[in-house]
Design a protein around this ligand. Structure first.
Ligand code: GLU
Ligand code: MG
Length: 457
């Protein structure tokens, strides 16, 4: 098959029922299923059905207005030139292969949805279909991707005046923090295990109230599904302990924020292209070209991966957020950090980490656009620029990433690679949402931006 033959229908599964024989036993106690979908503003929106309707809904879906594609984070609605308005409907169809019981919401299950037209054709504006399409595009070139999102969040309580009180303060990475929330974290680890999420590590992070979970890498759509499920599980477990959580990139201006770093490695024929090659730091030439493609599109990718004003409050030097457009081995100030792992495990462990992204992004758009950018790098046989060792702020000439949502949006609008990959409907909806979010935050102070993001994410 040639790339030109690739259509969305070749990589989106045909809707259908899950054979009873492959239904997990844990589903026997399920009464209701949430169908989840993430909009272009990064908000997870849902519909729910009684479990008894699952087979019917797995075939025909539930109604879902396309106007959701131009919802802003605060539920106001904008319009693009191709998307918007009250007319029309889509079908949101659960992907039963990704159905999971929700351990912290007994009796409930979760399934991410794909959106189809009423004629049963995958909707061109569907973010999850886009992620599948880019995965298939890589597959057509003999490449597969392993990906995983880190999840950072802040846990605490809401004061009567709407202010946020972190659950703990000192010490960063401190055992004192684990003690304060040990029941909650234990329950979280159990819940994630019950949901088939493979947790690698949980740790207290740097900022007040901040915690982190990292999960095992998987295929790109799986990684996006997992990060949505992990976030909602964290929220549900915290609620059982009387806590509110926020994944917002900036909760308190001037403090370290929450990232949603994306780890990724391209593979060919069972070989990790981030290891054992002739390129810099052991990258294969193809792995180097993939990373160089990502670095080339990074200003545009920022409008996908860290789209909002709160993201730019986080994205400043010396917070390990990756504010510089450069790469470096184990460099936590570089937007693109290369990780080789320990001797003996490098063949499977080596990967790259995009540190500049945050959880206001739609993760399906993130994985899809990163693949598109990397594949374009391979196509153009790109090489990486010189590696930056040490703090980029001390090295002359290392550029910052775009320093505002408007500058990142401008880069996205100028990116032929991402425009082609996303297709006109998705590109129109995303850019409309970005423009409207820029207008929405225009009059806000940093504290207002942070409070807004803290409540919405
Ligand atoms: N919290 C930092 C961020 O904003 C990341 C810290 C780390 O390297 O894990 O992305
Ligand atoms: Mg971290």
């Amino acid at each position: 098959m040639h790339l030109s033959d690739l259509t969305e229908t070749t990589c989106v599964p045909t809707p259908g029922r899950l054979e009873p024989s492959v239904r997990p036993a844990a589903l026997e106690t399920i009464d209701a299923v949430v169908l989840g979908w993430v909009d272009n503003a990064g908000i997870t929106r849902v519909k729910a059905i009684p479990y008894s309707r699952l087979d019917a809904v797995a075939t025909h879906g539930v109604g879902f207005s396309p106007v959701f594609d131009v919802f802003l984070a605060d539920d106001s609605i904008t319009a693009g030139s191709l998307v918007g308005g009250p007319a029309g409907d889509l079908r949101l169809i659960p992907d039963l292969a990704a159905l999971r019981p929700l351990a912290a919401q007994p009796g409930w299950a979760w399934a991410p949805g794909d959106r189809y037209t009423q004629d049963g054709v995958p909707y061109p504006g569907c973010q999850r279909a886009f992620a599948r399409r880019m995965t298939a595009r890589a597959g057509l070139r003999g490449l597969s991707l392993r990906m995983g999102f880190e999840v950072e969040w802040i846990t605490g309580t809401e004061g009567p005046d709407g202010s946020f009180v972190p659950a703990f303060h000192k010490a960063a990475y401190g055992m004192t923090r684990m003690v304060r929330v040990s029941d909650q974290l234990r329950e979280l680890i159990r819940a994630l295990a019950a949901q088939d999420v493979s947790v690698l590590q949980v740790h207290p992070e740097y900022a007040a109230g901040q915690l982190e979970v990292s999960v095992a890498p998987e295929d790109p759509v799986g990684a996006a599904d997992t990060t949505v499920l992990v976030r909602e599980t964290i929220r549900a477990v915290a609620a059982r302990h009387g806590h509110a959580v926020s994944f917002a990139p900036c909760v308190l201006p001037g403090e370290v924020g929450n990232g949603a770093h994306l780890h990724f490695s391209p593979w060919r024929d069972g070989m990790n292209l981030c290891h054992g090659g002739e390129g810099p730091q052991g990258l294969t030439r193809e792995g180097e070209a993939f990373l160089a493609g990502v670095l080339r599109e990074l200003p545009a990718l920022l409008a996908i991966g860290a789209p909002g004003a709160a993201g730019h409050l986080r994205l400043v030097p010396d917070r390990w957020a990756g504010a510089y457009r450069c790469w470096g081995l184990e460099n936590r100030e570089a937007a693109l950090r290369l990780i080789t792992g320990m001797a003996g495990e490098r063949q499977h462990a080596a990967n790259a980490e995009l540190k500049c992204f945050d959880a206001t992004a739609n993760p399906y758009l993130v994985v899809g656009t990163v693949i598109a950018a990397g594949l374009a790098g391979i196509e153009d046989e790109l090489r990486l620029p010189a590696e930056v060792a040490g703090n980029p702020s001390a090295v002359a000439g290392v550029p910052r990433l775009p320093e505002s949502p408007a500058a990142a949006l401008e880069a996205l609008e100028a990116s032929a690679v991402l425009r082609e990959a996303l297709g006109e409907i998705l590109f129109d909806a995303i850019t409309a949402v970005r423009r409207a979010e820029i207008a929405r935050s225009a009059g806000m102070t940093p504290s207002e931006i942070a409070a807004d993001a803290r409540r919405l994410y």
